[in-house]
Design a binder for this molecule. Structure first.
Ligand SMILES: Cc1cc2nc3c(=O)[nH]c(=O)nc-3n(C[C@H](O)[C@H](O)[C@H](O)COP(=O)(O)OP(=O)(O)OC[C@H]3O[C@@H](n4cnc5c(N)ncnc54)[C@H](O)[C@@H]3O)c2cc1C
Length: 288
């Protein structure tokens, strides 16, 4: 399959990319191309102009800013997976990145493209939501920041406005006695998440839960934060029975997605199973 014809511009800087998007309002940004190009080849998207940001050096790399980490939008899944900084200070991201597609997809696909594309079956949206990340955007009116909880608006729809590009994602460095886990039930053909669960558990010195987060991919049209569950865990000793009881009692999924592979009801059951497993694994890692 070949995509429809399009004009191609390669931007050398963020400023030039924003100018090109202003000059061509119908243009689409091209990063790793591993979501956009398949959509164009399937004729699900037909942008007449592509603005390639793939060689803008300032959009690459992972920086340690002390209490937080800044990840350039063009950082590939493979770079996330292999990053020493992330392994030490935010291992949830490499754990999820390692589960994306195959090696070829991970070498080309970028964190920025993954988040802006916002496929409900993608792996990174729930991870960045669980981490309470901040997304940095640049556009014709300058730069702005959007919290992850305000970024994912609807199915494949984000807060990125026409003419804007995502430049970076910032996530907090995880503190002491904190464990994380990303577990995924993948579609056997596509590898995308039918259910992906990202859990973060921070323990007090006495072993009770100080704070926790639990977010899902694949279950609803946008990544879903199960705050009822984590609120109910705080202050309790997170033994297996407590985690299982809290998930059974407090996990309520509004409007689950369904398709020929997995009905909405099946996805809700998956969410329960993966919530328990992910919270237990995060707890074990917090205790280690
Ligand atoms: C075979 C296959 C298997 C896959 N499996 C998985 C999987 O298991 N899990 C998973 O999460 N993903 C999976 N993916 C998707 C992969 O992770 C993509 O790389 C990713 O979703 C998009 O990143 P990209 O850099 O390729 O973006 P592109 O395809 O270049 O762009 C995607 C969209 O985002 C926009 N965009 C990109 N970057 C920016 C930016 N910086 N600012 C503004 N807009 C931007 C584009 O305009 C476009 O609309 C798979 C893809 C393939 C082909």
């Amino acid at each position: 399959m070949y995509p429809p014809r399009f004009d191609y511009y390669r931007a050398a800087s963020v400023q030039e990319a924003v100018q090109l998007l202003q000059a061509h309002p119908e243009a689409k940004v091209l990063a790793g191309g591993h979501s956009l190009l398949p959509m164009m080849k399937l004729r699900l998207a037909a942008p007449p102009v592509l603005v390639d940001i793939g060689r803008i050096e300032e959009l690459r790399g992972i920086q340690d800013l002390g209490d937080r980490l800044r990840i350039g939008a063009l950082t590939t899944h493979w770079e996330l997976e292999r990053s020493d900084i992330l392994a030490r200070k935010c291992p949830l991201i490499p754990e999820a990145a390692a589960q994306i597609g195959d090696r070829q997809v991970r070498h080309r696909g970028t964190i920025g493209g993954n988040l802006v594309h916002a496929d409900p079956g993608s792996d990174l949206p729930a991870v960045i939501l669980a981490l309470d990340g901040t997304l940095h955007l640049a556009g014709p009116n300058g730069t702005r920041q959007v919290a992850a909880r305000d970024f994912f608006l609807d199915l494949m729809t984000t807060a990125v406005q026409p003419g804007e590009i995502l430049t970076a994602v910032e996530v907090p460095v995880l503190g002491e006695r904190t464990g994380t886990a990303y577990l995924k039930f993948e579609h056997p053909a596509s590898g995308y998440a039918v259910c992906g669960a990202a859990a973060i558990v921070t323990l007090n010195a006495d072993g009770t839960v100080a704070q926790a987060r639990l977010c899902f991919n694949g279950i609803t049209s946008t990544p879903f934060n199960a705050q009822n569950v984590t609120d109910a865990l705080v202050g309790h000793t997170p033994d297996d029975a407590t985690i299982e009881g809290v998930v059974d009692q407090h996990l309520h999924v509004g409007d689950p997605m369904g398709d020929v592979f997995a009905s909405g009801a099946y996805r809700v059951e998956l969410a329960k199973v993966f919530a328990k497993r992910a919270l237990k694994q995060a707890r074990d890692r917090a205790q280690a």
